[in-house]
Design a protein around this ligand. Structure first.
Ligand SMILES: C[S@@+](CC[C@H](N)C(=O)[O-])C[C@H]1O[C@@H](n2cnc3c(N)ncnc32)[C@H](O)[C@@H]1O
Length: 410
């Protein structure tokens, strides 16, 4: 809800050494542990555990989010000065990345996210992005770009399957785009996305381009949604993945927003889109509403939703496997409408960490992901934070996509 956490202030152009980062992280940990208000206060992802103090020896870098500029070519209504304030870094971005390299996790799960500001506007972005991607070899490499400026390096990495590009569009008409994004440019963004797509799509594979729609009060009207879908068809972008998000500053969605978002999901599916999902901002909010909407028969009153539910047999009983046996997967038993109402019956769980999780205390059967090949149960992905990642992992296991339950079941 608060956006990114500030670790330390850099007042003048100076080098940032790793000791300062460690020191500042420890200061933040102390504040969290002592109940002193800080940037993490209220975050639902805080976990209570016996945490060690961080030091040079145990400092391990698993994720670097490179957001060192707040120079941006847009000024979105849902965003803030923090991300479009126009500041260039007053430190050497590349040098910080080089200094952190020796602390890169020994595991295979290192991730980069490139954002900002607009990452393509960072001075020397193409080289910094290219060299650090090649040296760090991240398992996941997310680039959040508004796609107003075309990057040859992004294109090259898309082709080589070394990056996931996430671009928000948030509108279906030029007027709404200008209203939400602060500048004109919907057609330029679509043209650039089409160029990225045409130059990188590998038939039979999931696209590395994710088109995001952040739902606000203004842009979820039928006119905007229908027109957005027409544009996607016109630019032949149906094979991209689609992420329906929600403004993280609004804690709840109301009834009609939820219905419109479910309609949006269905319209994208009906347009032939391969993968569409609610992200970790929107999925929990939708989940909160689904219970009530079923109870008051709201879905049966809506022709589009009712037809989709009937033709996809959404309410008929199914035996399922849940992907994810950690906290999120276990919580699903108490917060998922379909499981609570015995529409979905969990046969077992799969998890990459099945060995760690399968201890004597665990009440559930946890198998390794390839076990999915041995039966034909439907698969429910528990996590909305890693939905796309898990989806592609299942596809890469050679499992048919129609076994993966869509996120109407979130
Ligand atoms: C701050 S932007 C910066 C990177 C780049 N300029 C872009 O447009 O993607 C990074 C991501 O944060 C998302 N974002 C910003 N504010 C948000 C909000 N209030 N709620 C949900 N997502 C938000 C944007 O849609 C974008 O995908």
């Amino acid at each position: 809800m608060k956006g990114d956490v500030k670790i330390l202030n850099v007042d003048k152009f100076e080098d940032i050494d790793v000791d300062r980062i460690i020191q500042s992280k420890n200061d933040l940990l102390n504040k969290i542990n002592n109940g002193i208000e800080n940037d993490c206060t209220g975050c639902p992802y805080l976990v209570k555990r016996d945490w060690d103090e961080i030091n040079q020896k145990n400092f391990e870098v698993k994720h670097i989010s490179v957001e060192s500029t707040s120079v941006c070519s847009m000024k979105c209504t849902y965003c803030s000065e923090m991300y479009y304030g126009g500041l260039k870094p007053n430190y050497d971005t590349n040098k910080v990345l080089q200094n952190l390299k020796k602390y890169k996790t020994k595991g295979s799960d290192f991730e980069f996210s490139w954002g900002g500001g607009e990452p393509t506007l960072l001075e020397d972005f193409e080289n910094i992005f290219k060299n650090n991607t090649n040296e760090y070899k991240p398992q996941k490499n997310f680039v959040y770009s508004n796609a107003l400026k075309y990057s040859d390096q992004i294109e090259k990495f898309l082709k080589e399957n070394k990056v996931l590009l996430i671009t928000s569009i948030d509108a279906g008409t030029p007027g709404m785009f200008k209203q939400i994004r602060g500048v004109k440019g919907i057609y330029k963004v679509l043209k650039n996305l089409k160029k990225y797509f045409d130059n990188s799509y590998r038939p039979g594979k999931l696209s590395n381009i994710i088109i995001k729609y952040i739902v606000t009060e203004q842009n979820i009207t039928t006119e905007e949604i229908d027109s957005f879908i027409e544009l996607i068809k016109e630019y032949k972008l149906e094979k991209c993945s689609f992420q329906i998000s929600a403004d993280f500053k609004n804690e709840n969605l109301n009834k009609s927003q939820t219905i419109n978002m479910i309609e949006f999901f269905i319209k994208l599916k009906n347009a032939g889109v391969n993968l569409v999902y609610f992200d970790y901002h929107s999925a929990p909010k939708i989940r909160k509403q689904v219970n009530t909407l079923f109870k008051i028969n709201e879905f049966t009153k809506n022709k589009l939703i009712n037809n989709y539910f009937e033709s996809n047999k959404i309410s008929s009983k199914k035996d399922i496997v849940v992907w994810g046996a950690g906290d999120t997967g276990r919580l699903i038993k108490s917060n998922n409408y379909f499981i609570k109402n015995k529409i979905l019956d969990i046969k077992y769980y799969v998890d990459r960490k099945y060995k760690e999780l399968n201890n004597s205390k665990s009440q559930i059967k946890i198998k390794p992901p390839p076990a999915l090949r041995n039966d034909n149960y439907s698969i429910l992905i528990a996590s909305s934070s890693y939905y796309e990642e898990i989806y592609s992992e299942i596809v890469n296991l050679g499992i048919k996509q129609d076994r993966i339950l869509d996120q109407i079941y979130c």
